[in-house]
Each structure stands twice: as structure tokens, then as C-alpha cells.
Design a protein around this ligand. Structure first.
Ligand code: 5GP
Length: 191
């Protein structure tokens, strides 16, 4: 069985990563999103162990200290991290794993797994991002502005990524992602 490849998808909150991933899953087989861990509270539609492992700060720090996390990061005062067991749950089945994580974590993953492929998803503009965050109606105005300031910093980090995809038109952006995955799977492995 071939080893699962690691794809890292990052992009500002509200850029549409989940929608893109759902559409991508309809077109490409053989991958699964890793369920990561966070200390933030679940949003109304979110389900524990499906959207995230929603854990207490104590639990999170315990996993981190025990060396059970591939990477961790602080985002908007909350802890986020990728448990190794969650990656293995995907790769052990021979599937490629998609880590949908923010930029600090993405760069840590790349430093540990050098052949991980980093894909940054950007909005057409900061204004369109603000509109999307406001349309989804899950954050307060303050929270939206905090996420917008983080987004501006994150977008500067996109220079470290292998690919940058603009989510201006959904079907085109999904197609771009599909092409990236297909091309990466066809890559020659050189000794
Ligand atoms: P949200 O609170 O909107 O679900 O996520 C906030 C940010 O944290 C998003 O950019 C999301 O991709 C990122 N994120 C989710 N899980 C992880 C993780 O395990 N590690 C890191 N570094 N970022 C994560």
C-alpha cells in the first residue's frame, strides 16, 4: 500500500476552504481531511470528532507535552493542533491526508515532513473576505475584524507555499485544486 501524501491547505478564515474541500471530495478520490484539535468552542452546526476534536486547554496541553501533536499553533487566543493519531487514522488506510491548518502550523509541518505540499487559498480581496465572514453569520463584528487583521498577516506568508489558488470563482478554484492533487500524485519519486 502506498504511503499517504500530506497536503496542507491554508487560507484566511472565511475564504471558503470547507466548501472547496467538499466540492473537491466529489471530484477526487483517495483523500480525507484530518480532524484536528482546538480549544475554541464549537459553532452551532459543528460536531465533535467530525469537525474538530473539541478539547479543554488542559487536555490539549497534555497531548502536546506527551509529544502526541505533529504541530500546534495559537490562533486568535485559542490553541489548535494536529494530533498524530488523527493523521494516522487517514494515512494508515492508504489515503492522502489534507491538513486544513493556519500558516504557523503549515510551516512547522513542512519543516518536519519535507515532501508535504503547501497550498494557500486566498480571497480575491480583503473586502470580499469581510463580506463572506459577515454573510456566514457565525462571528461577532469584533471577531470578524480580528479575523480580518489575522488574514492580512497570513496573506503575506503565502510566499512560502508551493501553490496559491484564488477563490474568486468556486468551480475554477476547485478545478485548480484538483489539478494540483493530480499533478502531485504523478510526481516522480527521485532517490
Ligand atoms: P476556525 O476557528 O475558523 O475553525 O479555524 C481558525 C484557523 O485555524 C483556520 O485557519 C484553520 O484552518 C486553522 N486550524 C484548524 N485546525 C488547525 C490545526 O490543527 N493546526 C493549525 N495550525 N491550525 C488549525
Amino acid at each position: 500500500m502506498r504511503a499517504g501524501k500530506v497536503f496542507v491547505f491554508s487560507g484566511p478564515s472565511g475564504v471558503g476552504k470547507d466548501t472547496l474541500l467538499d466540492l473537491l471530495a466529489e471530484q477526487v478520490d483517495g483523500f480525507e481531511k484530518c480532524v484536528t484539535a482546538t480549544t475554541r468552542a464549537p459553532r452551532s452546526q459543528e460536531v465533535n470528532q467530525k469537525d474538530y476534536h473539541f478539547v479543554s486547554r488542559e487536555q490539549f496541553l497534555e497531548w502536546e507535552c506527551a509529544g502526541l501533536m505533529l504541530e500546534t499553533a495559537t490562533y486568535n487566543d485559542q490553541l489548535y493542533g494536529t494530533p498524530l493519531f488523527a493523521v494516522r487514522q487517514v494515512t494508515d488506510r492508504g489515503l492522502d491526508v489534507i491538513l486544513k491548518i493556519e500558516v504557523q502550523g503549515a510551516l512547522k509541518v513542512k519543516s518536519i515532513i519535507s515532501d508535504a505540499l503547501l497550498v494557500f487559498i486566498q480571497p480575491p480581496s480583503i473586502e470580499s473576505l469581510r463580506q463572506r465572514l459577515s454573510d456566514r453569520n457565525t462571528e461577532s463584528l469584533d471577531e470578524i475584524e480580528r479575523r480580518i487583521s489575522i488574514a492580512a498577516i497570513e496573506m503575506q506568508e503565502s510566499v512560502h507555499y508551493d501553490y496559491v489558488v484564488t477563490n474568486d470563482e468556486l468551480s475554477r478554484a476547485v478545478d485548480d485544486l484538483r489539478c494540483i492533487i493530480v499533478a502531485e500524485r504523478l510526481r516522480q519519486v527521485r532517490a
